[in-house]
Design a protein around this ligand. Structure first.
Ligand code: PHE
Length: 347
């Protein structure tokens, strides 16, 4: 009997030793599988039961149970120990160095042209204007004829453009959208702003580009006067450039408006006193405008005796350049974020 009990202790110690020496979870699992299976040495100890009497069996059973409990506890402790060690190792390996420079994801921005366009449209929409975009590819008829610029008119030369054929071109201004809108409204009064790209065969330099953007404005109704035009443009320009700025109207000429005006805004730098920025004039030219020419109204089915209207065309590029202090129009078309981030430091 003593011999049998000793054997239990020996087998137990052997297993405890293996557990103790298991280097990782896989090794520990192997110990469990080989030394506690039905065919293991430990399991085979039960073969002695049949040779023992009742008392001896109780003692032997107790001994085996005790050994099993010890082995079980050893497994559990070893498992916890290995798990914790692996965890510590992973923590050490996965340590994040917060002082390392991170990956710099570039966040895009609206092109300043689009931002200014949105701002301008919002101002006019808040005054009850509709928004309409005419086509970039325009007919000679809408771009010139309907704007009171017949084929022999010298004003055509100023706006020489890119033609697809004698009747079709890239529009030189957003003004043809005026005629398209009047056609659509069929004699009803309305207020509209028409944004879009324009194209002219022009030198590309710091202030000229073969492609630029405009917003056309047109109001047609009863008793619309130059005072309405002035009040509207003053509201618009102050909203864009700030309350401190003054506007000034100068007589000008456009074939599709009569009278025509050039609208200036007081210089941001000297507020009208005169400085190098505004070439001592105190003012900077910002847009062209005027009362819709009776010929244009008539061609569009509006009786000039009954209806009048005003129109204006503002260069989005020009507004963006003044607003953000951009001196070269070409910068607006480069899409260089480093530049755009600077442009957003408003003056
Ligand atoms: N279409 C003119 C231009 O491109 C601007 C303008 C629009 C002038 C409407 C008067 C009225 O220069």
């Amino acid at each position: 009997m003593d011999q049998i009990l000793l054997e239990v202790t020996v087998v137990k110690e052997e297993i405890l030793n293996l557990i103790k020496n298991a280097s990782d979870e896989i090794a520990l699992k192997n110990v469990r599988e080989t030394h506690l299976s039905k065919k293991s040495k430990f399991a085979s100890l039960s073969r002695y039961f049949k040779d023992l009497n009742k008392e001896e069996r109780a003692i032997f059973g107790e001994k085996i149970n005790q050994a099993a409990k010890e082995i079980d506890l050893a497994f559990k402790n070893k498992h916890d120990e290995l798990f914790f060690a692996a965890y510590q190792e992973r923590l050490a390996k996965e340590k994040i160095d917060l002082s390392l420079p991170g990956i710099n994801y570039q966040v895009g921005r609206l092109n300043p042209l689009r931002k200014v366009e949105d701002e301008i449209l919002n101002i006019f929409v808040s005054m009850g204007y509709e928004v309409y975009e005419g086509p970039d590819i325009e007919s000679d008829y809408y771009n010139f004829e309907r704007m009171n610029i017949p084929s022999d008119h010298p004003a055509r030369e100023m706006q020489d453009s890119f033609y697809f054929n004698p009747a079709l071109l890239l529009r030189t201004h957003t003004s043809p959208a005026q005629a398209r809108m009047m056609d659509a409204k069929k004699g009803e009064p309305f207020k509209v702003v028409c944004p879009g790209k324009c194209y002219r065969r022009d030198d590309d330099d710091a202030t000229h580009s073969h492609q630029f953007m405009q917003i056309e404005g047109l109001v047609v109704g009863h008793h619309i006067s130059l005072a309405d035009l002035k009040g509207t443009l003053e509201t618009f320009l102050k909203a864009i450039f700030g309350e401190k700025r003054e506007i000034r109207l100068r007589g000008s000429y456009f074939p599709f408006t009569e009278p025509s005006v050039e609208v200036d805004i007081s210089c941001a730098h000297c507020l009208g006193k005169g400085c190098s920025l505004c070439k001592d004039s105190g003012y900077i030219e910002i847009l062209g405008a005027g009362m819709v020419h009776p010929n244009v109204l008539r061609m569009s089915g509006y009786d000039p005796q009954e209806y009048s209207g005003f129109a204006f065309g503002v260069g989005i590029d020009r507004v963006a350049m003044l607003k953000y202090g951009i001196s070269d129009i070409r910068d607006l078309y480069q899409n260089d974020l480093r530049l755009f981030n600077n442009f957003y430091q408003e003056r």
